[in-house]
Design a protein around this ligand. Structure first.
Ligand SMILES: [Zn+2]
Length: 345
């Protein structure tokens, strides 16, 4: 019995050893074949898309990290927007891994934020340059030849963070900002001009208010006042080399710009340039009476305007057929010129 058992054990031990030998041998053969034909590699997946294979996952991660931390120039910081997935696989030994391409693909997913310096006008961004120093220099040079406060050139610098890097060169930035400076200067000059005009108008009004409206005669029941003071240089009816017929009015010489007021209240019927009269104002006083004010340097009155003896209708000038600043005054009754000296002066 003991002998049979021993033989049985011996037999099976031998069989098991044989089977084991075959298995190990087979595994080695298969392993070697696999090893010759295949190699281990990581398959990289990004946004659910398989990018390719790399041999060393740690190397890739390290290079990726170096790229993130490499912050130079206008780059303020970089952020990862995704993390790749790795899967260890066996790939054909002949297959090339793609470390470079995959690193580039990873780098392209990085969000980069840039720091720039914006120059503002009235708090509104107008241009961006690379450095704070550059911005300061531009602002300084822009303000160098003007009184920025006086012209209202409110210019500032702000540090700005953006993912869309758009820088201007010093020349471009200066050019852009200069157009705003020119606009401010123009606006300032216009404002000054408007102020000057107001002062001028006030001065004219003063002249009128101090000029006493004196009725010096009447025509057709209308009281008359002198439109300007001055010296009579050409009388009604006189002949002259500069005109064809007889003089239909009275010339009163005085300095250019002297305010002209109507001889009597009425309505303006003409306020424009008219041939040899130059700038002409005509006023209808009713009762068939009209007055003409010619050669004016400027016309202030408008057609249809109601005027009285204190309204400045125009200024003395030398427009039209004239040799020097004077007022050519005509008084007409039903269209026929009268001698102003019979009623005024
Ligand atoms: Zn005249």
């Amino acid at each position: 019995m003991k002998f049979i058992l021993l033989r049985w054990v011996k037999y099976y031990t031998k069989e098991i050893a044989k089977a084991l030998e075959v298995t190990i041998f087979g595994a080695i053969i298969i392993g070697s074949v696999v090893w010759i034909k295949y190699k281990p590699a990581y398959e990289v997946e990004l946004f659910g898309e398989k990018l390719g294979y790399i041999e060393n996952k740690d190397n890739l991660e390290l290079e990726y990290q170096n790229f993130i931390e490499n912050v130079t120039g206008n780059v303020a910081f970089k952020e990862k927007t995704t993390f790749p997935k790795y899967e260890l696989k066996l790939i054909n030994r002949d297959k090339q891994t793609e470390e470079k391409e995959i690193l580039l693909a990873l780098e392209s997913t990085v969000k980069t934020t840039y720091r720039t310096y914006a120059v503002t006008v009235d708090g509104e961004k107008k241009t961006s340059v690379a450095t704070e120093e550059e911005a300061k220099n531009i602002v300084e040079s822009l303000k160098s030849d003007v009184d920025a406060d006086m012209i209202g050139l409110n210019i500032g610098i702000i540090e700005e963070y953006t993912d869309d890097l758009q820088l201007q060169s010093t020349e471009e930035a200066s050019g852009i900002l200069n157009t705003f400076k020119v606009a401010k200067i123009t606006a300032y000059n216009n404002e000054q001009e408007a102020k000057r005009k107001v002062v001028e108008e006030d001065a004219k009004k003063k002249i009128i208010s101090t000029k006493t409206v004196q009725n010096v005669g009447t025509i057709a029941g209308i009281n008359l006042a002198r439109p300007v003071s001055g010296s009579i240089t050409s009388r009604y009816g006189s002949r002259s080399s500069i005109r064809s017929g007889r003089h239909t009015g009275l010339d009163i010489a005085t300095s250019k710009g002297t305010p002209i007021t109507p001889i009597a209240p009425g309505t303006v019927t003409c306020a424009q340039r008219k041939g040899s009269y130059g700038n002409l104002v005509i006023i209808n006083h009713g009762n068939g009476i009209e007055s003409y004010y010619a050669h004016c340097s400027e016309i202030y009155a408008g057609v249809g305007q109601k005027v009285d003896c204190s309204t400045v209708i125009s200024a003395v000038g030398s427009t039209g057929n004239s040799t020097g600043p004077h007022l050519h005054l005509e008084i007409r009754q039903n269209g026929t010129p009268l001698n102003p000296e019979d009623y005024l002066y």
